[in-house]
Ligand binder design. Structure first.
Ligand code: FDA
Length: 391
C-alpha cells in the first residue's frame, strides 16, 4: 500500500490534518490502534466538547518554547473552526466567556470531522497497530498489523499520556527519540488534586461543594470555581493550577476573591456587631463550607467579641488558605499531558522535523499544552491544518 501521507492517530489533530491534506489532493491514510476514532473528543467537555475558545491566543499555552505555537494559532483561528461547525449545522452554546460547547453532544464534532474526511477522500483504518516506522529513501515505511505501508510522509498525531484506557500511549515520544529528537519531561496536567490525612477527611465531608476562588502557585493565579471531592480538590481552578504545580508545592487559596477579608470583617464588626461570624461567613460562602470552617477552627461568636488579631487570623484563613496537595489523580483522570516532543527541532510552519521533512508531529504529542477552556482542541485544529496544508 502506498500513500502520500499516513497520519498516526485518528484524534482531533490527526483527523484535521488528514482532511486538510485530502482536500489539497493528497492520498491520505489515517491509522489508529483504537476501535473507534476520536474517543477523547467524545468524552471531552463532559460529553459536550468544549471545541474552541474564542479568545484563544499563544498566552493560553505552556511550552518550553513558548513562541512555537504562535504561527499556527495565528493562521487557523477559533472563528475558522466555528465556520466549519456552522456549515455542518452544529448547535453550540457559550457556557463561559469564549468557551464554545456543543449544545447537544460531542458526537457532533466527531461527525463533522469524519464527514469532512470522507468528502476529502481520506481512508481511516482502525484497530491497526504500528510495529515500526523507518526511513525508506525519500519517504517512510511503516510495518503495521495490517501489513507494510509506504508513505511520502508520516504525521504523528498520537496524543499524550492521559486516560490510558482510551488508547493513550507514549508511542509518539518513543518514535521522536528513535529519530533523535528530545522529549521534555511529561506529567499529568488539568488534573484534580488528592489530599491526605485530615485534609482528605475535610474535603470528603464537603464533597460536591463548589466555591469561586483565586488559587495561586508558582507566580500563576486563576480565578475560577473550586470543587471539593471525595479525594481532594477539583473544579476549573484546581485543574488550571495543576499545570504549574510541582510535588511539594503549597497552594494559596483565596476563598473571598476580590474582597479584602480583614477590611470586610472589621467593617462588619463596626456596622453589625451583634452578628455572629458564622452568619457573616454563611452569607459569603456556601453554607456547608462556612459551617465547616467554623468547626475546623473551633471559633465562633458575635463580631463585637473579635479583637483585631482574631479578625486578622480569620482574614488569613479566608484570603490565604494554605493547602499542600498529596499529589494529583494522575494519568487516570488528567485532561492533558504537560511536556512532550521538544518543539525546538520542529518547524513551527509545517510541523516537519528539521532535516527530515517526511516526518511530522502535531497536536498534544508536542510540548504545547493549553489552559482549560477549549484551548487544547484549538491547538489540535491549528497544528493539524498548518501541517495538512504543507504536505
Ligand atoms: P488525541 O488523544 O485526541 O488522539 C490521539 C490518537 O492517537 C488516539 O485516537 C489514539 O488512539 C491514537 N494512538 C495513540 N497511540 C497510538 C499508537 N501507538 N498507534 C496508533 N494510534 C495511537 N480539550 C479541550 O480543548 N476542550 C475540552 O472540552 C476537553 N475536554 C477533555 C476531557 C477529557 C476527559 C480529556 C482526557 C481531555 C480533554 N481535552 C479537552 C483535551 C483534548 O481531548 C486533547 O488535547 C486533544 O484530544 C488532543 O488531540 P490529539 O489529536 O493530539 O490527541
Amino acid at each position: 500500500m502506498t500513500y502520500d501521507v499516513v497520519v498516526i492517530g485518528a484524534g482531533a489533530a490527526g483527523l484535521m490534518c488528514a482532511l486538510t491534506a485530502g482536500y489539497a489532493g493528497r492520498r491520505v491514510l489515517v491509522v489508529d490502534h483504537a476501535n473507534k476514532a476520536g474517543k477523547k473528543i467524545l468524552m471531552s467537555g463532559g460529553g459536550r466538547c468544549n471545541f474552541t475558545n474564542l479568545a484563544s491566543s499563544p498566552a493560553n499555552f505552556y511550552s518550553d518554547n513558548p513562541a512555537f505555537c504562535i504561527s499556527a494559532l495565528k493562521r487557523y483561528r477559533p472563528e475558522h473552526f466555528v465556520e466549519l461547525v456552522d456549515r455542518h449545522g452544529v448547535e453550540y452554546v457559550e457556557k463561559a466567556p469564549g468557551q464554545l460547547f456543543c449544545a447537544d453532544s460531542a458526537k457532533e464534532i466527531l461527525r463533522v470531522l469524519l464527514t469532512e474526511c470522507d468528502w476529502a477522500g481520506v481512508e481511516i483504518r482502525l484497530k491497526t497497530s504500528i510495529e515500526a516506522v523507518e526511513r525508506a529513501g525519500e519517504g517512510m515505511r511503516l510495518s503495521t498489523s495490517a501489513g507494510r505501508i509506504d508513505a511520502g510522509a508520516v504525521v504523528v498525531a498520537s496524543g499524550g499520556l492521559s486516560i490510558p484506557t482510551m488508547g493513550a500511549t507514549g508511542f509518539g515520544y518513543d518514535l521522536a527519540r528513535q529519530f533523535g529528537l528530545e522529549v521534555t519531561d511529561t506529567r499529568a496536567a488539568l488534573v484534580p488534586f488528592t489530599l491526605t490525612s485530615h485534609w482528605k477527611a475535610r474535603a470528603e465531608a464537603l464533597a460536591g461543594v463548589s466555591v469561586e476562588v483565586v488559587v495561586s502557585c508558582r507566580g500563576c493565579r486563576y480565578r475560577e470555581p473550586m470543587l471539593f471531592t471525595h479525594r481532594g480538590l477539583s473544579g476549573p481552578a484546581m485543574l488550571q493550577i495543576s499545570s504549574v504545580w510541582q510535588p511539594g508545592d503549597t497552594l494559596s487559596i483565596d476563598l473571598l476573591p476580590g474582597i479584602d477579608a480583614f477590611e470586610a470583617l472589621a467593617s462588619a464588626r463596626r456596622e453589625t456587631p451583634r452578628r455572629r461570624l458564622s452568619t457573616w461567613l454563611g452569607e459569603r460562602l456556601p453554607k456547608r463550607l462556612a459551617q465547616a470552617l467554623i468547626e475546623w477552627h473551633g471559633d465562633d461568636g458575635v463580631l463585637a467579641e473579635y479583637s483585631n488579631d482574631r479578625l486578622a487570623a480569620w482574614a488569613e484563613r479566608l484570603g490565604d488558605w494554605r493547602v499542600k496537595p498529596a499529589g494529583t489523580e494522575g494519568w487516570r483522570t488528567a485532561e492533558v499531558t504537560m511536556g512532550g516532543v521538544d518543539t525546538r527541532s520542529i518547524s513551527s510552519k509545517h510541523f516537519a522535523v528539521m532535516g527530515l521533512p517526511q516526518l511530522r508531529f502535531i497536536g498534544e504529542v508536542l510540548d504545547v499544552t493549553g489552559e482549560l477552556g477549549g484551548h487544547n482542541f484549538q491547538w489540535a485544529w491549528a497544528s493539524g491544518v498548518a501541517c495538512g496544508l504543507a504536505l
